[in-house]
Write a protein that binds this ligand. Structure first.
Ligand code: PEP
Ligand code: MG
Length: 582
């Protein structure tokens, strides 16, 4: 039996089914330990605080494992804990005498149901986030409705479920869960985003899935998933099963540099934040580290390391890369991310305030320590490069150069700038002439270009890194880099999106930096792309003026007219119109 849905994280797999029992309605009767009446208010507050502490740890862990963008999912969960519509309503019900678990369920179900009614894909998908947070709080209230996830003892499986919560997805081991199929969900589900980052093929929105895989009957039955085609097949014949297994194996790690089908070299780097992550990126076949987020070295301690501590950390990372390049981004803290020793005065608009290089230039003592440490490591390790975040003008680069001149006059460091403030894109020629390399931070660039905060739920899908304006700006930066002979990479989340890959290659991007687990898949897809055909896609996308036009072009590529020439083995799965990934 073949079921169809929407592929949201590409790849293929074939393994026995593991059906996650449905949690059922949140409003089902709750059985909880009897409590002395009148204590529910207190228990509720304690449970919310316990959930908050847990989420802070999850944010730190996800930041380190997958990056700050993915961590943003769980930051948004933290915010929900204080949301008046949710928490305020629960507290009102509890004050009125309703047991806290029942109140949490009632309010969460109602909010989730309201969200599911909305037209906007992005907002609809936030229902799963509300239920995820509710489940976390309920656990602390003594109601544990979490379902057991497969472990190594279960062997390799294809996980089938009604819907996956972000927390469930985060807990999945990609070596065990070879693919995910769900009845609900879209590309913009947080579970889908995490599946992509974990490199697990996923098909969502498979109608009739649960009826077809009725647990008692189907648990353990083979399931062949082709997430590029958006299908899953129960009980496949041996040939189909083998094909899907083999296809999966092709996505295994490739340590060598890759070329497109027509022979164009493309580098695929990993993003990292510690020596361990550098080693992990190398084990995924990364050609180096395109973005080492140094500020995350501070997240555990929340204080700035001294020079010796930093030298040790950067040396370990440079060594772990085994000669491959490592781009160390100088501290990108400020505004909403306080660090002891780098405090920022209160700001009404922290994202437009003292962030990144602005804060570093304001706190030259801290910046000088970091630059001195990086220069010391660079003297012994030629793979060290330095990148400056949140630059908005050439004057800031002048100031960084002046500092480096004082601190490391005997050694010329390779210094690049991030393109994430639109002014740098406008002055791309001047920046390309001035820098050793440029790296486009599409996360912030999109936010600043569209004036849209990706974590603001009121904005729906306005935040979109495949907005035509974002694409034209990336294209202009790539052109400027090419003219100046300066390497341009993309290190924002867009670089790890398989659907955007042909477009980025077509625009002329030759260096990607993404979450390490996605590196093998990016390498595999790059080998299948014909860059001339991708350039034709890019030409058409550059003429598009609306989000839907871009989505349509990506969904229908490779185009008929071009499909005879070295067409990629698989077309990209469709990207739902206008939806973003957060
Ligand atoms: C970006 O803005 O795209 C980026 C890579 O930097 P960060 O996500 O760390 O702000
Ligand atoms: Mg940024």
């Amino acid at each position: 039996m073949i079921l169809t849905g929407t592929g949201v994280s590409g790849g293929s797999a074939c393994a026995p089914l593991y059906v996650l029992p449905s949690r059922g309605s949140h409003s089902a009767p709750v059985s909880v330990r009897a409590l002395v009446p009148g204590t529910w208010g207190e228990r509720l507050t304690e449970s919310i605080e316990a959930a908050r502490a847990e989420l802070a740890a999850v944010v730190a862990d996800v930041t380190a494992r997958l990056g700050p963008e993915e961590a943003g999912i769980f930051k948004a969960h933290e915010l929900l804990l204080d949301d008046d519509e949710w928490r305020g309503e629960i507290e009102r019900l509890v004050a009125g005498g309703i047991a806290a678990p029942a109140a949490v369920r009632q309010v969460s179900d109602a909010v989730a149901a309201e969200l599911r009614e909305l037209d906007d894909d992005y907002l609809r998908e936030r229902a799963a986030d509300v239920l995820d947070v509710a489940q976390r709080v309920l656990r602390h209230l003594g109601v544990d409705s979490t379902t057991p996830l497969p472990t190594a003892a279960d062997g390799e499986v294809v996980l089938a479920a009604l819907e996956l919560m972000p927390s469930d997805t985060l807990g999945l081991d990609p070596a065990v869960v070879r693919a995910i199929v769900t009845e609900r969900g879209t590309r913009t589900s947080h579970a889908a985003i995490l599946a992509r980052q974990l490199g697990i093929p996923a098909v969502v929105s498979v109608s009739g899935l649960l009826a077809a895989v009725e647990p008692a009957v189907r648990q353990g039955v083979l399931c062949a998933v082709d997430a590029d085609a958006g299908t899953c097949e129960l009980d496949p014949d041996p040939g189909t099963a083998e094909r899907h297994r083999t296809a999966r194996n092709v996505v295994e790690v490739c340590d060598d540099p890759v070329r497109t089908a027509d022979g164009v070299d493309v580098a695929v780097y990993g993003n990292a934040a510690s020596a361990e992550e550098v080693a992990a990126a190398v084990s995924y076949g990364a050609d180096g580290i395109g973005l080492f987020r140094t500020e995350l070295l501070l997240s555990g301690t929340m204080r700035v390391l001294d020079e010796e501590g930093q030298v040790a950390a950067y040396t370990a990372a440079a060594v772990a890369a085994g000669g491959r390049p490592v781009v160390f981004r100088t501290f990108d803290v400020g505004g909403d991310k306080p660090v002891d020793g780098l405090s920022v005065p209160h700001e009404d608009n922290p994202f437009l305030g003292l962030r990144g290089v602005r804060l570093c230039l304001d706190r030259k003592d801290v910046f000088a320590t970091q630059l001195r440490a990086l220069a010391r490591v660079a003297r012994d390790h030629s793979n060290v490069h330095v990148m400056v975040p949140m630059v908005s003008g050439l004057e800031e680069l002048d100031a960084v150069d002046a500092l480096l001149g004082e601190l490391a006059a005997d050694h010329r460091l390779s210094v690049g700038a991030m393109v994430e403030v639109p002014s740098v894109a406008v002055l791309a020629r001047e920046f390309a002439a001035r820098c050793d390399f440029l790296s486009v931070g599409t996360n912030d660039l999109t936010a600043y270009l569209l004036a849209a905060d990706r974590n603001n739920p009121n904005l729906g899908s306005l935040y979109n890194d495949l907005h035509p304006a974002v694409i034209r700006v990336i294209s202009a930066v790539l052109d400027a880099g090419r003219e100046a002979g300066v390497k341009v990479s993309v290190c924002g989340e867009l670089a790890g999106d398989p659907h955007a890959l042909p477009l980025l290659v077509g625009l002329g991007l030759r260096a990607f930096s993404a979450a390490p687990p996605i590196v093998p898949r990016l390498k595999q897809l790059i080998r299948e792309i014909d860059s001339r055909q991708a350039a034709r896609l890019a030409e058409r996308v550059l003429r598009a003026s609306r989000v839907e036009e871009v989505a349509h072009l990506l969904a229908t590529w490779p185009f008929e007219e071009a499909s005879h020439a070295a067409a990629p083995a698989r077309p990209p799965a469709s990207r739902t119109g206008g939806g973003d990934r957060r």
